[in-house]
Unconditional design. Structure first.
Length: 328
């Protein structure tokens, strides 16, 4: 279906942007707003000294022009892993809560939360949220529903079923540092494009492995939209799609097609766009999807933005774009 997006190219007196909007490695970008500023926090390159801070932190007044303001998380004294992934921040009760996953390489990841009284940190580790018996939990995404309750969406592994792999769940937050411990399934793989690897050696076996990860949640007209990334983050299969529900705990409707409907690879320009967050910007308070994508040479994952268009068939995006466009 063609999307009427001509209005996005008209000349305006406001700022314009050209992707990528930040020139340095910045994967899994999460954007939040506070007192007139946008803040972006993301996964950076693996640090050589784990005594330092984790997660690069940026600031902007317009979602386009970003400055580095430091790094957010004080590396926990307790050894809990060397790879820190996919931070997101929620503001509640006068504090800022940073949710992240940490593990050793791609194994043993747990979700933890750190706390600060400032959006720029330092964030100090406060608690483990996911249980020790669950060996792989990543990509925590907090969401506050219209009734005031908080929920945490995240990705975890499933071995049973026709398409084993990483899927999405949601759990209720009793408070900002405690999960209820009763996760509900949000989405599992249903399509071939969501395949991560054939015959993948994992969990003492070999599986035709599929992946859904990077949940990001918003509501529109009393409907929950959980955006997610699927496929293999290292190649052209990676893209963004979504599922919907009437309540954060579901049940969710999954209408995924044979390709991701929101973002997908543009050959020789942007490879594997995904792991998005959402923020409003511009004079019209347009909803923007903020995501990473590999450059053509696949040397770095860089932060990009593009507007979401709401159609009769659901949210769509004419990205990834690579030319100058107005911030509408």
């Amino acid at each position: 279906m063609a999307i009427a997006m001509d209005h996005l190219d008209r000349k305006t007196s406001g700022p314009t942007y050209t992707n990528p909007v930040y020139p340095e490695y910045f994967a899994d970008p999460f954007v939040f707003q506070h007192l007139g500023y946008y803040y972006a926090i993301g996964t950076g390159p693996l640090p050589t000294d784990l005594s330092h801070f984790q997660f690069p932190l940026l600031r902007s007044q317009d979602l386009v022009n970003w400055e580095r303001v430091g790094a957010a998380l004080e590396t926990p004294v307790e050894f809990i892993g060397k790879t820190f992934w996919a931070p997101e921040v929620a503001m509640a009760e006068g504090f800022f809560y940073l949710y992240y996953s940490v593990g050793v390489g791609d194994k043993g990841h747990q979700i933890r939360v750190a706390v600060s009284d400032s959006p720029t940190g330092p964030y100090k580790d406060a608690a483990r949220l996911t249980p020790a018996e669950n060996p792989f939990c990543i990509d925590a995404s907090p969401y506050q529903h219209s009734d005031g309750n908080w929920f945490l969406f995240y990705a975890t592994d499933f071995l049973e079923g026709d398409r084993p792999g990483t899927g999405l769940v949601v759990d209720r937050l009793i408070d900002m540092t405690t999960l209820a411990g009763t996760p509900k399934v949000v989405a599992r793989a249903t399509s071939d494009w969501q395949r991560f690897e054939r015959n993948r050696p994992i969990y003492n076996g070999h599986f035709d492995w599929h992946t859904l990860e990077g949940p990001s949640v918003t509501s529109r007209e009393n409907r929950i939209f959980c955006f997610y990334s699927g496929g293999n983050w290292q190649n052209e299969t990676y893209g963004v799609d979504y599922v919907t529900a009437d309540h954060p705990l579901g049940p969710y409707e999954n209408d995924t097609k044979e390709v991701p409907r929101v973002l997908r690879t543009v050959p020789e320009k942007v490879l594997g766009p995904g792991h998005n967050s959402l923020a409003t910007a511009g004079l019209s308070e347009t909803l923007y999807i903020i995501y990473h994508g590999w450059d053509a040479a696949q040397t770095a994952r860089l932060m990009r933005i593009d507007p979401i268009c709401w159609t009769d068939d659901g949210p769509r995006c004419n990205g990834p774009t690579d030319r100058e466009r107005p911030l509408i």
